[in-house]
Write a protein that binds this ligand. Structure first.
Ligand code: AMP
Length: 111
């Protein structure tokens, strides 16, 4: 199933790209909940954490290692919040795994 984020990754829908490489993209959230709010999305259309397979272990490690680099590139020296929503009960709206990276504010929301 093609998700909103797959369409963005494939260039069928517009988004503001912050970073991209062979494994992942980082885009600005269209409805930012903080002064800085971006989404790190693997190119592989994994649904959420519950959909992970053993073969995704390296990719997930790669993503987590990339988070501080992206945060630093966005000027979030004083810190940032990362959120992964899993399933409807976890507040997930787009069923393509993504890591929210939020910062730049004095009080941050739970997305
Ligand atoms: P979640 O609730 O964790 O699934 O988060 C989905 C996020 O995607 C929300 O923060 C939305 O604001 C964001 N979003 C929805 N549509 C777009 C879009 N076209 N471009 C960028 N971000 C989007």
């Amino acid at each position: 199933m093609s998700t909103l984020f797959s369409k963005i990754i494939d260039g069928e829908l517009d988004a503001e790209f912050i970073y991209q490489d062979e494994h992942l993209v980082v885009i600005k959230d269209i409805y930012p909940k903080a002064p800085v709010h971006v989404l790190m999305i693997p190119r592989k259309p994994i649904i959420n954490l519950d959909d992970l397979n053993q073969e995704d272990e390296a990719l997930m490690g790669y993503m987590m290692m990339k988070v501080p680099q992206i945060a630093a590139s966005l000027g979030l020296e004083s810190g940032y919040r990362t959120i992964i929503n899993t399933g409807k009960g976890g507040g997930q709206e787009v069923f393509h795994l993504h890591i929210h990276i939020l910062g730049g504010g004095t009080s941050l929301p739970f997305v």
